[in-house]
Write a protein that binds this ligand. Structure first.
Ligand SMILES: [Zn+2]
Length: 340
C-alpha cells in the first residue's frame, strides 16, 4: 500500500502524469499532461460527443469510459481532474448547476463514481478556472504573477490568479468576472441578474451586435471591413473594457488573457478594449499590464483539469501534517466519495 505521506522528497524530481477531462455541452475532451518539477507538457488528447440529451447517467458513464481508455493507454497516470461547465460542490464532487446540459445535474455525484472506477483521486473544477490554470502553467499566462482572464464562449467564464495560484474561493466560484454588473439596467443574464458582462459579451449577443449568425462569421465579416461587424466589436470591446478595467483597479494584474472564439478577431477586439481600459483606469500604470490572447485553444479546459487534479493531490499530501484547517478540508475532499 503506497502512502502519499511517506513518499521520499526525491520523488518530486520524477515526472508524474495526470488525466484531465473537460465536460462540455457538445464534446467531452481528455488530455494527459506530464509534470516534471515545475514544467508541464501535454502528451496525448482526444474527444468524443457528450450526448448531453441522454441525461446525466449516460454522460457520467461516458466520462468513466473515456477515463478508463485514457488510463489504459497511460497506466502510470496518478490523478484526474474534471472541468464542469457551471457550479459544483468541491467537497462532495457533485455538480450543482450546469448551464448548457439538460437533466437533473443538481447534487449529481460526478467525481466519486469516476474515482471509484479509475482508482485514482479525482477533483472537479469549473471549466473557466481550468482554462485559467492551463494558460497559467502551459500557455499565455506563464511567468505572470497576477493574472486575470476571460473565456468568451456560449457564456463568459473568468478566472483570477494571484501569486501563481488560480483562486477558487470556498466553493469554486471565485473569478466569475463575467457576472459582474456592467450596466444596472442592462439585459437579463442567465445567472438571474441583469446587466452582467456576460449579458453583453456571450457568443449569441456578440453575433447579434455584429449582425451575423455566429461569432465565427462576425470575425470574418469584421476582417473583411463590414461596418456593422466592426461597430459591433467596438461596442462589445467597450463593455469588455469596462469589466477588465474594474478588475485591473482591484487586482493590478501584470497580464490579462482573452480566450474563446471571438479572440480570433485580435486587434479588432483588443483595440477597443485597450481604449476603454485607458479611459477608465486611473490608479495604476497600464504600461505594465499586458493584454494578450490565449494560446491553448479549445484544449485548455482538459489540460487545466489535469493540472488541477495534480495540484489538488499534492496539496492534500502537503496538508497531511496534523495541523491547520486545510488538512481537514483536503482530507475530507479526498475521501468524500469513498465514505458514501
Ligand atoms: Zn450573470
Amino acid at each position: 500500500m503506497k502512502s502519499l505521506a511517506t513518499r521520499p522528497l526525491a520523488t518530486r524530481h520524477l515526472a508524474t502524469r495526470h488525466l484531465g477531462i473537460d465536460l462540455g455541452g457538445t464534446n467531452l475532451k481528455w488530455a494527459i499532461v506530464e509534470r516534471s518539477d515545475e514544467r508541464w507538457q501535454t502528451l496525448d488528447r482526444g474527444e468524443q460527443a457528450t450526448g448531453a440529451a441522454d441525461g446525466p447517467d449516460a454522460v457520467v458513464e461516458r466520462l468513466i469510459g473515456m477515463g478508463r481508455r485514457a488510463v489504459a493507454a497511460w497506466p502510470d497516470v496518478s490523478t484526474a481532474g474534471i472541468g464542469v461547465p457551471g457550479l459544483y460542490d468541491p467537497e462532495h464532487g457533485t455538480t450543482r448547476f450546469l448551464v448548457n446540459l439538460p437533466g437533473a445535474w443538481a447534487g449529481r455525484p460526478v467525481g466519486p463514481p469516476v474515482e471509484a472506477e479509475l482508482g485514482i483521486s479525482v477533483g472537479l473544477i469549473n471549466d473557466a478556472r481550468a482554462f485559467g490554470l492551463a494558460e497559467l502553467r502551459l500557455g499565455a499566462g506563464r511567468g505572470a504573477r497576477t493574472l486575470i482572464g476571460l473565456a468568451l464562449g456560449t457564456g463568459v467564464g473568468g478566472f483570477v490568479a494571484v501569486d501563481g495560484q488560480v483562486l477558487l474561493g470556498h466553493d469554486g466560484t471565485a473569478g466569475e468576472i463575467g457576472h459582474q454588473t456592467i450596466d444596472p439596467d442592462g439585459p437579463p443574464c442567465g445567472c438571474g441578474n441583469h446587466g452582467c458582462l456576460e449579458a453583453f459579451a456571450r457568443a449569441d449577443r456578440i453575433a447579434a451586435a455584429c449582425g451575423t449568425g455566429s461569432v465565427e462569421s462576425a470575425v470574418v465579416a469584421a476582417r473583411g471591413g463590414d461596418e456593422t461587424a466592426l461597430a459591433g466589436l467596438e461596442r462589445i470591446g467597450t463593455y469588455l473594457g469596462i469589466g477588465i478595467a474594474n478588475m485591473i483597479v482591484v487586482l493590478s494584474p501584470d497580464r490579462v488573457i482573452l480566450g474563446g472564439g471571438i479572440a480570433a478577431a485580435g486587434d479588432l477586439l483588443l483595440d477597443p478594449i485597450r481604449a476603454e481600459v485607458g479611459r477608465r483606469v486611473r490608479t495604476t500604470s497600464l504600461d505594465r499590464v499586458e493584454l494578450v490572447t490565449a494560446k491553448l485553444g479549445t484544449w485548455a479546459g482538459a489540460i487545466g483539469a489535469a493540472v488541477h487534479g495534480a495540484e489538488r493531490a499534492r496539496a492534500t499530501t502537503t496538508a497531511m501534517a496534523p495541523n491547520g484547517a486545510n488538512a481537514a478540508s483536503a482530507a475530507t475532499t479526498a475521501s468524500g466519495g469513498a465514505r458514501r
